[in-house]
Design a protein around this ligand. Structure first.
Ligand SMILES: [Zn+2]
Length: 155
């Protein structure tokens, strides 16, 4: 098996921790939610679906920083309790093989391509997007809700 040509970048632990502190401090834009069903609340830190009844924090995250035409801030979940950051960074996360869109960005945060991952192998989609030398990174998002799930860099 050849080495993977990409590296998965889960949400940094500092950001998950900051969200947990913000909830404790009563930040109005951070909410505690109980996952209602399997497949409703993906944790961007461990890259697993929250189990029904598990507590997650819902808060806005700037996946594409401000100051660019494609700047984008949107809602994401992290587990309310400590969880382990996804570490198999050379493997596409098993929980998100379906109902995702992969968006390729250039180094100036401009969207230059996008492909839906649904039935097709996500690894193949990501490798195809990285065949364009202008692709700096790929963001994987929910195809239905549009929410940022995780980033992929070149391996
Ligand atoms: Zn988690």
């Amino acid at each position: 098996m050849k080495a993977s040509t990409f590296r998965i970048l889960p949400l940094p632990t500092e950001i998950a921790e900051a969200a947990r502190h913000a909830v404790e401090a009563g930040a109005s834009d951070h909410a505690i939610v109980r996952a209602s069903s399997p497949g409703s609340s993906p944790c961007r830190h461990c890259l697993r679906w929250a189990q029904p009844g598990e507590r997650v924090i819902l808060f806005p995250y700037a996946a594409i920083p401000s100051g660019h035409p494609y700047s984008e801030t949107g809602p994401i979940f992290v587990h309310a309790n400590e969880c382990q950051r996804y570490s198999a960074t050379n493997e596409y996360p098993a929980d998100f093989r379906n109902r995702r869109v992969s968006r390729a960005y250039d180094a100036k945060y401009k969207i230059i391509d996008a492909q839906i991952v649904n039935g097709s192998e996500p690894e193949v989609v990501i490798e195809t997007l990285f065949q364009n030398p202008d692709t700096a990174f790929v963001d994987v998002r929910s195809v239905t809700h549009g929410c940022f799930t995780f980033r992929v860099q070149r391996g």
